[in-house]
Structures are given as C-alpha cells and as structure tokens.
Design a protein around this ligand. Structure first.
Ligand SMILES: C[S@@+](CC[C@H](N)C(=O)[O-])C[C@H]1O[C@@H](n2cnc3c(N)ncnc32)[C@H](O)[C@@H]1O
Length: 373
C-alpha cells in the first residue's frame, strides 16, 4: 500500500542534543523540523519517517503523534484517544502495548492513564473494524501516553528498540558512552573525516565506531530492524528502497586513519569485538597504551575522548593525574587538537588548557562539559 499521508512525528533526543537532532533532520530534508524540550517535531509520510529512523545518529526514538490535547480528567483523556485515527494506522490484529509517563499533571496515576488509553484504543478499533475481538497477534505498535502538566501526548513508536541500539554493542565495559551521545560528540568535535582521529581512552570503542560510521556515510540503523518495517500500512517496497539506497551510500573506503588506545586489556577485548560486530574490522586499529606514553606517527590528529571522570571518591586524584597528561599529549603531536567530555568541573584548571568551545550536555544522568581545545 502506498502511504503519502502527512503525519506529525517527534524524534526524541537527550537533553542538550535537540539542536543537533534538528540539524540532522534538516539535512535529511525535513525542512519544518522544530526543536522542543526533549525532541524535535517534524512532518512527513510514514515512508519518509523511516528514513529518519535509519539515518538519525543522535536521536533516541521516532514517534508518530496520534493525539495531543489538554486532559484534566480521565474522561477527557478517554475521548482524546478514542477520537484519534488509530484504525487508519493500525491493522485489526495490531499488538498494542501501552507505556505511560506523568509529570506535574492532574492525572497522576501512570497506571490509570495507561489503562484508560488502552481502553479507548480498543473501543476505537472495535468500532472502526466492526468487531468485538481484537486478537493482538499481529505486528507491534508501542503506544506511549505522556502527560506534561495537563497536556497529554499519545504516540506510536516506529523504532522498537531505541535508536542507540545499532546492533554492534553486546557487552558494556566500564562507563560506556551511549552510541547516540558518541555520535553527537563526533558532530560537536567538528571533525569531518579528513584528518586522523584517535581516542586515547577508547574503552569499548563507541566513539571510534561512530566516527567511522560518519566518515563512511553509514546509516546508523543500517543493519538493525525497525517496528515500522512490519507494519502493513507502510509502503514495504518504498522502505526497502530507502534501505537499499543507504546500503549503496556506505563506503568504508572513505574512513581515514581511526585508532584507539586504552590502558585496560579487558576494555580493548570488548572494543575489538564491537568493531568486528560493527562491520569495521581492519578499518579501526586499537592497542594497549597508557595515555602518558602514547606517541602516534600521525600529525594533525583529532583526539576525541571520554576519559574517566573520577566521580567516586578516591578515583579523583588518579583521574586528575591523567588530565595533567593531556597537554603533553597535544605537545607531542603537532597540529593536533583535543576534544574531551567530562563531568569534572575543574578539567581546564587541572589540565592547564583553556577550551575554545564548551557545550553542556548529559552523559546519562551526569551533567558534563564537552570541550574543544
Ligand atoms: C569512561 S571509560 C571510556 C568509555 C568509552 N568511551 C566507551 O564507550 O566504552 C574511560 C576509559 O579510560 C581508560 N583509562 C583510564 N586510565 C587510562 C590511562 N592512563 N591511559 C589510557 N586509558 C586509560 C579506562 O580503562 C577506561 O576504559
């Protein structure tokens, strides 16, 4: 079935990444993309929205907005959902799990909001399909009801697994960076794939893989599945075309010298595994080295790193000793620059460096600074 009806979507993004996500959407051709708290709103057909799922690197999910409106009572919520066009998007056998969230709203019980939403969808579907039974044996349509203040937003998730699940990370090392955050740091670093890139505290290799994907024009979601691909009302042939186009754009030959080092052999074992699972074996070199002894052959290196933050008491001294090694590292590599994310508020003082540019963002729950030197 061809579907060119326009819908409203929200690409959700971590706090601080909404602007980057908006720019990504604009580059993908979604010209009306508008950033709001926690995401970016844009309009598209279902088919076009699949392109966003496949290509967005720093968004968490792509949600189809089914209904939005003020709801002060459960009856208002029920009517809002009951009147939303679910039967135009969901088939009769759709499996419809419902999740929920409430923040500063009169309707405080998340469970009740979920139950009312589900009841209203079921009633809508029964009436639209003239049936008493909805088997829910078909494809998944994950519905979410979110109340912020007294405004309810009811959405259906196109993705399934969150977008950070690219498919290459199966083991988490110590404090790994989310794939979406790593992709955001690659963008913020200003690196364009035209100089060598090295992560001297590479851990499980997330920054390296995301940088290589960017350089190789590899869609982040290329090898994973999305819920929308199983939806009967989406245009399956058009979705396959979009995948095929993304496969053709992927060119590993574009990847410049990308390498990483770490003091921990365990972390490197994971990094090698992830690099292999990301389809980048032979394209990224990782090796064991203490940052203080690191000497690369290349010049004009972009050092991009997520070092330890010393969050736990007792770790701080060790981590500051590492920060003091960053300036000598730069001095040993003429023409190079350094990009660091850390929650340590005194990084510049300890490292004896002054950032040219600083961006505040979150790594999980930790408020961090991303700094370019
Ligand atoms: C926060 S983790 C990096 C996580 C990584 N970005 C990822 O996604 O997996 C910090 C890393 O710094 C490494 N490290 C600590 N001290 C180091 C040193 N002196 N030289 C090199 N690496 C070091 C740790 O082994 C750890 O893997």
């Amino acid at each position: 079935m061809i579907d060119d009806t326009r819908h409203t979507f929200i690409a959700t993004a971590a706090f601080g990444l909404e602007g980057l996500c908006k720019r990504e959407l604009m580059r993908l051709g979604f010209e009306d993309a508008k950033a709001e708290l926690g995401g970016v709103r844009f309009s598209a057909s279902l088919t076009e929205a699949f392109r966003a799922c496949l290509w967005l690197s720093c968004a968490d999910r792509v949600l189809l907005v089914m209904a939005e409106g003020e709801c002060r009572t459960f009856e208002e919520l029920f009517q809002l959902v009951r009147n939303a066009p679910f039967s135009e998007t969901l088939p009769r056998d759709a499996a419809i799990p419902v999740s929920g969230r409430c923040a500063r709203s009169r309707l405080m019980s998340v469970r009740d909001c979920q139950a009312i939403t589900k009841k209203a969808i079921v009633e809508h579907m029964r009436s639209a399909f003239h049936t008493a039974s909805l088997p829910e044996t078909g494809p998944r349509y994950q519905v979410d009801v979110a109340l912020h203040g007294d405004v309810a937003r009811v959405t259906v998730d196109l993705c399934g697994d969150a977008l950070n699940r690219r498919g290459y990370r199966t083991w988490n090392g110590e404090a790994p960076l989310r794939e979406t955050a790593a992709a955001a740091l690659v963008t913020l670093s200003g690196w364009h794939g035209d100089t060598p890139l090295h992560d001297p505290c590479c851990g499980t290799g997330t920054l390296l893989i995301e940088a290589a994907y960017r350089a190789a024009r590899r869609a982040p979601g290329l090898t994973r599945a999305f819920d929308i691909e199983k939806w009967p009302y989406a245009d399956a042939r058009a979705l396959r075309e979009i995948r095929k186009d993304a496969e053709e754009q992927f060119d590993p030959g574009l990847i410049p010298a990308i390498s990483g080092s770490d003091i921990s052999e365990d972390a490197l074992t994971l990094a090698r595994r992830h690099i292999r699972q990301a389809g980048l074996e032979g394209r990224i070199n990782v090796f064991r080295k203490d940052l203080r002894d690191l000497q690369l052959r290349e010049e004009n290196v972009c050092f991009l790193t997520n070092p330890p933050y010393g969050e736990r008491l007792g770790d701080r001294k060790q981590c500051e000793a590492l920060y003091r090694q960053m300036k000598p590292l730069l001095a040993r590599h003429p023409g190079s620059r350094l990009c660091v994310i850390t929650s340590h508020p005194g990084f510049e003082r300890v490292a004896g460096l002054r950032a040219q540019k600083k961006t505040r963002l979150y790594n999980g729950r930790l408020e961090c600074n991303f700094m370019r030197f």
